[in-house]
Design a protein around this ligand. Structure first.
Ligand code: FEO
Length: 394
């Protein structure tokens, strides 16, 4: 695809990665992604905002050539992670006069990660502005969205915000702007759950900070831009500020059917009590879907058989992941089966120290579940429904 003009002298020059299916060797990308980079030709200065993943550096460099860019004054690095910064060394090589503009923390990281020479940097303070002649860029520190060095760039005259990962989505699309709002909402929520949710308090602070700017267009560095910014601002506000909902997330593994029988029973019992349940078989689930479900859930019930005295390894993986993502959960419980004993409950509880949750009485069945186990699952469903009601989630 050719570079695209967004407005006079403002271009989208990044790359769409239709085929990428995994990020950080961890996060599934069912819809690919994009690494957006933006070129602004001011009357006096030409600047580039963020670059692209190193695997796509040729796309960026070709776009710059196609637009006849002879020199670049500043490369704005909003964020040091390599999917945006990784092509900076190649841009600096092609444009030897260019300086990298970033926060002091970002400078240190870019020197560490990419060995960019110190003399190529200009660091900026929070709210500092630079003039491009007819246009002005303002830099807005936004720490922990989602690394400590991050900043946003605001183009005053055009009321455009370039927030890098913030408000982004892993979505490959030819739409310049979010048009299929259902698809973009899903991709942006998945992105929030996987990348931003661990920093919910920082997200809240930075959402408040962004409120101080009049914004016509949000141009993130993944996924489509937003020419109706309230769509994504409202979504982020709800994900970051809302109380949990009357939802139980139930990730589980079953080896011979006992845990699965308990899961099925509990799902039915919760549904009868008006609680929404989202059930995930960890042997096959997309962990991005699980992360998204955790954004709104009040409770997690983990279903696991006992394997070698502990939880099933897939369950341990999901527990460690949930602990790292720090969802706004309030309650947790464990159900499952064992044959001769074990420490699945103790081990799982020790894996989630970040979750500030009340632990509800686990239900463990010796072998296939029997009447007393189903009674205990009914009690657990009663407790969850009551807790949700008392907390105002139902
Ligand atoms: Fe898209 Fe944090 O990099």
């Amino acid at each position: 695809m050719k570079p695209r003009e967004i407005k006079p002298e403002i271009y989208s020059v990044g790359a769409i990665d239709w085929d990428r299916r995994l990020f950080d060797s961890l996060i599934p990308l069912p819809d690919g992604t994009s690494y957006n980079s933006y070129l602004i030709k001011g009357s006096e200065k030409t600047i580039l905002i963020d670059t692209v993943d190193p695997s796509m550096q040729d796309v960026l460099l070709n776009h710059l050539s196609e637009l006849g860019v002879k020199s670049i004054d500043y490369v704005i690095a909003n964020h040091a992670e390599q999917d945006h910064s990784g092509a900076i060394p190649q841009v600096l090589e092609k444009y030897p006069e260019a300086k990298v503009v970033c926060t002091p923390k970002c400078k240190g990281m870019l020197i560490d990660l990419l060995m960019i020479p110190e003399e190529r940097f200009i660091t900026v303070n929070d709210r500092e502005a630079i003039s491009l002649g007819d246009r002005t860029l303002e830099f807005v520190y936004a720490p922990w969205v989602h690394w400590p060095e991050t900043m946003l760039t605001y183009l005053r005259e055009d009321k455009m915000l370039f927030p890098c990962d913030f408000f982004g989505s892993h979505l490959a699309t030819t739409d310049m702007y979010a048009r299929d709002e259902g698809q973009v909402y899903e991709a942006a929520k998945r992105y929030y759950a996987e990348i931003m949710m661990p920093f919910r308090t920082s997200i809240q602070k930075n959402l408040e900070k962004v409120k101080g700017y009049a914004i016509d267009i949000i141009a993130p560095s993944h996924g489509p831009m937003y020419d109706k910014p309230e769509f994504i601002l409202k979504a982020y506000h709800s994900w970051a500020f809302d109380e949990p909902k009357n939802i139980v997330v139930l990730p589980y593994v079953s080896m011979h059917g006992s845990t699965r029988k308990m899961v099925e029973y509990l799902v039915g019992a919760l549904a009868e009590r008006g609680v929404t349940v989202k059930q995930f078989d960890l042997a096959v689930t997309d962990i991005g879907k699980l992360a998204m479900a955790l954004v709104d859930a009040a409770t997690v019930v983990i279903g696991t058989p006992t394997v070698l005295v502990g939880p099933h390894p897939n369950v341990a993986y999901a527990a460690i992941l949930a602990n790292a993502l720090r969802p706004n959960l309030k309650f947790i419980s464990i159900i499952g089966s064992y044959s001769w004993g074990g420490k699945a409950v103790e081990q799982l509880a020790a894996m989630v120290p970040n979750l500030k949750v009340e632990i509800l009485e686990p239900v463990l069945s010796k072998g296939f579940p029997k009447e007393a186990d189903f009674k205990a699952l009914d009690n657990l469903a009663d407790t969850i429904a009551e807790k949700h009601k008392e907390s105002g989630f139902a």
